[in-house]
Design a protein around this ligand. Structure first.
Ligand SMILES: Cc1ncc(COP(=O)(O)O)c(C=O)c1O
Length: 423
């Protein structure tokens, strides 16, 4: 279905949502701040800030001590695991907390790589963020062959024929992004997982960019690993990994002796970011409460999360179409990736563009001065900018829309962009 004006009317309570984010009160040169930089990290609601502060006030301790605040800390970690299990649709013992997605992926790729050597192959894609590329490529030092899957320049979608060519019985891992943080494409991850399993390979999914935009169901997806960063879905700067229980138990992490052999603790080295984990529970509850507002009859937190995403997807598609409609009218502006509203189920509302005669940095700076926070560059999706031959010219201007953005912000952005391009 193409997007219509009705899609801009949402069951989400935007005024109530926006009142929960203290950072939205920011101004720049008298202009209200418009946060369109979410693909690099979203804003956090007050309850996340409160949860972090409360932890530090009332539970600040290390784990497993024989006293009150330490017991509270254990409870905070257990609650965080339960929240993320609801977020991913798995069990608590399949949740691993870490510093960020990149470090979790290095840790997991090192452990998987222990079992690999010459003759083994790993499939990665050129559409991925470097954090789901370089850790796997590093295993070339063990003699592993890296197969790189291309994407189609015309619409920035994965070349599934190339994927099919690159998979064979020697393939041991397929690492793929759920969605591109540069051009917004949502990859056919179900199909990729199916093909990985056909040849007995592990499927490792980078869901960092997708997580704030759509529901994740690791059981339905049947992936072996899936990793996210909570600062991309309204939480603190941390990484969270789902691993199938059997893999988390069987694989051998590099770890200190004092770390227990119990899973998931064997994957969590040293002291965790306890206050961050408290914040993660709060950001999952924030999303669940959006769902309870949309559908008050939901019975569980998981159901509430799914209800929230149903409406988030619908509303964000409306915003995305309005932005693209406006951009289409601007001479010299080229949008990379899927632009056909009939295909919006294949993209997140993350728009990469270039405007002739202006560098992305210049546009981001001029927009920034008017209160619009956007990104310029490659956002570590280095293969994407190289393949599209824009790396040497400053990459793209990236505009990231989220459920907390408004139609009015999109319209103001379009007006500002028109003014900048006309000057
Ligand atoms: C798609 C994607 N994957 C991975 C990462 C890296 O995440 P982290 O900063 O948590 O290591 C990012 C960060 O921008 C991302 O957008």
């Amino acid at each position: 279905m193409p997007t219509t004006q009705d899609d801009l009317i949402t069951a989400l309570d935007l005024p109530s949502i926006r009142s929960q984010f203290p950072s939205f009160a920011e101004t720049v040169n008298g202009h209200p701040a418009a946060y369109l930089d979410g693909p690099g990290g979203t804003q956090v609601p007050q309850r996340v800030i409160d949860a972090i502060t409360d932890y530090l006030k009332h539970a600040n301790a290390n784990t497993c001590g024989a006293y009150l605040t330490s017991r509270r800390t254990n409870e905070v970690i257990a609650s965080g695991r339960a929240a993320m299990a609801d977020f991913f649709g798995c069990d608590s013992d399949e949740i691993v907390f870490g510093f960020n997605m990149t470090s979790l992926t290095y840790a997991m790729s090192r452990a998987i790589g222990r079992e690999l050597g010459p003759g083994d192959e790993i499939v990665v894609t050129l559409l991925d963020h470097d954090a789901n590329f370089s850790p796997w490529q590093a295993l070339e030092e063990k003699g592993v062959t890296i197969q790189r899957v291309a994407f189609r320049a015309a619409d920035c979608t994965l070349d599934m024929d190339d994927l099919a060519r690159k998979i064979n019985p020697r393939t041991k891992v397929i690492a793929v992004g759920y969605a591109s943080n540069a051009v917004g494409t949502i990859n056919p991850v179900n199909e990729v997982v199916r093909r990985a399993h056909e040849v007995g390979a592990l499927a490792y999914i980078d869901a960092v960019h997708y997580a704030p935009h759509g529901p994740i169901d690791v059981r339905a997806l049947d992936c072996d690993f899936l990793v996210c960063s909570s600062y991309k879905f309204f939480g603190p700067h941390m990484g969270v990994l789902y691993g199938k229980r059997e893999h988390l138990k069987r694989l051998h992490p590099y770890k200190v002796r004092a770390n227990t052999n119990e899973s998931p603790n064997r994957w969590e080295w040293g002291t965790l970011n306890h206050e961050g984990i408290a914040g993660i529970t709060a950001c999952v509850d924030y999303i669940a409460d959006l769902g309870r507002h949309v559908n008050p009859s939901v019975s569980s937190r998981r159901a509430a999360i799914l209800a929230a995403y149903e409406e988030i997807v619908r509303y964000e598609r409306g915003l995305c179409e309005r932005l693209l409609q406006g951009l289409r009218t601007m001479p010299g502006v080229k949008v990379y990736g899927i632009t056909d509203p009939m295909r919006f189920s294949e993209r997140c509302p993350t728009i990469a563009l270039r405007a002739s005669g202006h560098t992305p940095l210049e546009l981001a700076t001029k927009l920034g001065d008017r209160g619009f926070f956007t990104w310029d560059g490659n956002y570590y999706a280095l293969n994407v900018t190289e393949q599209l031959d824009v790396e040497k010219d400053g990459g793209f201007l990236r505009i990231g829309l989220f459920h907390y953005n408004t139609v009015e912000e999109v319209d103001r952005l379009l007006a500002a962009l028109r003014e900048i391009l006309a000057a």
